[in-house]
Design a binder for this molecule. Sequence first.
Ligand SMILES: [Cu+2]
Length: 324
Amino acid sequence: MTTTTPATQSPAEPSHGRRLFGIWLILALAADLIIWFVWKPHLPPGDLSDSARHQQLDIAVLAVSAAPVIIFVLLYFTYAIVVWRARPGDDSDGEPIYGNTKVQASWIIGTTIIVLWLFVFGTVELVGPAGAGAGEGPSPVWKLAGATSATWTPGGKTMLEVQVIGQQWTWTFRYPQFGGMESTELMLPVNTPVTFHVTSLDVIHSFWAYQLGVKADANPQVDNVAYTTARALGGVTVRCSELCGIWHGAMFNYGHVVTQAAFQSWANGVQSKEKTDGVLAALPPFALAYDPTVVPQLGAALPKIDGITGAAGYYYPPGDPVTP
Ligand SMILES: [Cu+2]
């Protein structure tokens, strides 16, 4: 439309390209500033952990990248309708145009830059936060920095190991560094690298700790590893994110991110209580995955002491028709 022919257009034709660019720049800048400073802090899943913060960042960066493109399309569309529509009585045809090097080159360069940027950013964000908060199977490719140890104490760089056990229809969290004690509450210390070992006792479930930005499949006889580091104190809701039977929708537990000292005293307390109660002795030995058909404790001894620790519905109650 920039080429003018004296027969059809007046010589005072404005520079549409420059005009479009000016309007686009203002709108795109405004949209990106609003996305970054107003919208980003409210984006799910919040900023409780490193993985959650990275997910917030990902959504914000993708929105900031997409907004100028959407605004350009809508602006060009609106501009064309308003400025270039046929005037009443104008039955003339448009100019025959054969190629436009400037337009073609900018299109190829622009789309290539966008696609490569998304590829690089997506890859960095997948690798950087140790697997983007998702389960990586029993031998993770991208590991979280932190030392492994048989015990955990506050202040160190030691990973906290948490086994997440799904069953119809509740979650149990087992802490191997605290004698293999179990809890129905997911307690985590702040600023501590955490390794989740996610498994299931019966059907397939999915461990979804929403505020932590962690989601990992819980499959029977599989140790699915996921990482996170909590960065603030707060509550966590754990839901099942894989249709797993009639009470799937009611399969949720709660948890808290607490200070390292508070976590240690809580964990020591539960451990000694379960030791005194006889729960620790009755629990199956800690393993990275369980097979309910071969662990004799499952479905036998545990229901008798159900309620002592508050872990309701330990494994299979007696006479439960559920079969693994
Ligand atoms: Cu489930």
